[in-house]
Write a protein of this length. Structure first.
Length: 233
């Protein structure tokens, strides 16, 4: 089992597509595992999808998206060239099966996409068109865009090229990690409660008492952090 976080594995996914909604053709799939417990990224996945194979399964292309691609940089448009070449791409069904195999290496992972109605929804619709069952539970779908917009002041440097699915996935995972480690953030609060090891309840101690211990510990940590930052100012 390729587990980088024994509590909960997470995978950040990014797609390059020929549309903006579920049922559209996919050009490439990029993904990277990440762990907020260790603040690291793990194994990656990247695959370019043959554009013609998508139409065979009824996946559509939008004119406005094609026009948008024509306005992007030459580096970004490379995925279009690869998707139109059988030597540098694979069929959509094969790509989705390979992605499922990648996901299956992890322990009941969360699948994070950049938009609640984009990456995850498009992936699942494509799998349905190809008769493939997703390798993850639907309740483990997560929205990176929502998380990012909750903390607009947290920025990171970009990894790699814009509109390369793997580079975008890595950038998003690193951004998510920067948010999840923030003391006092909603995500950081949940993360601290879930991963803190020093408040394991003794025999006979209730779960509520254990949770109170953990919350008290977190409040002390946030106060200590604020004091340290104030001393630096």
């Amino acid at each position: 089992m390729n587990t980088i976080n024994k509590r909960k594995d997470r995978i950040m996914v990014d797609l390059e597509t020929l549309g903006k909604r579920a049922g559209c053709a996919i050009l490439s799939i990029g993904a990277v595992a990440f762990s907020s417990e260790t603040n690291t990224t793990g194994e990656t996945f990247y695959c370019v999808v043959n554009a013609s194979s998508c139409s065979l399964y009824g996946l559509h292309s939008d004119i406005e998206t094609i026009v948008w691609w024509n306005e992007q940089s030459d580096d970004a448009r490379q995925v279009i060239r690869h998707a139109n070449d059988y030597k540098t791409s694979v069929s959509i069904k094969y790509a989705l099966k390979q992605f499922n195999e990648y996901v299956s290496k992890f322990d009941n992972p969360e699948i994070w996409g950049n938009g609640s109605d984009f990456d995850n929804a498009i992936l699942i619709a494509a799998m349905a068109a190809c008769g493939i069952e997703p390798a993850w539970k639907f309740w483990n779908n997560r929205c990176f865009r929502t998380l990012k917009n909750m903390y607009p002041d947290i920025k990171i440097d970009r990894h790699g090229a814009h509109h390369n699915a793997l580079d975008d996935a890595i950038t998003q995972a690193q951004h998510a990690l920067a948010i999840l480690k923030q003391p006092g953030s909603v995500a950081g609060f949940k993360e601290a409660i879930s991963t803190w090891k020093d408040a394991t309840p003794d025999a006979g101690e209730s779960n509520i008492e254990a949770m109170i211990q953990r919350i008290n510990w977190l409040e002390k940590e946030v106060t200590k952090y604020a004091s340290q930052e104030g001393a630096k100012a």
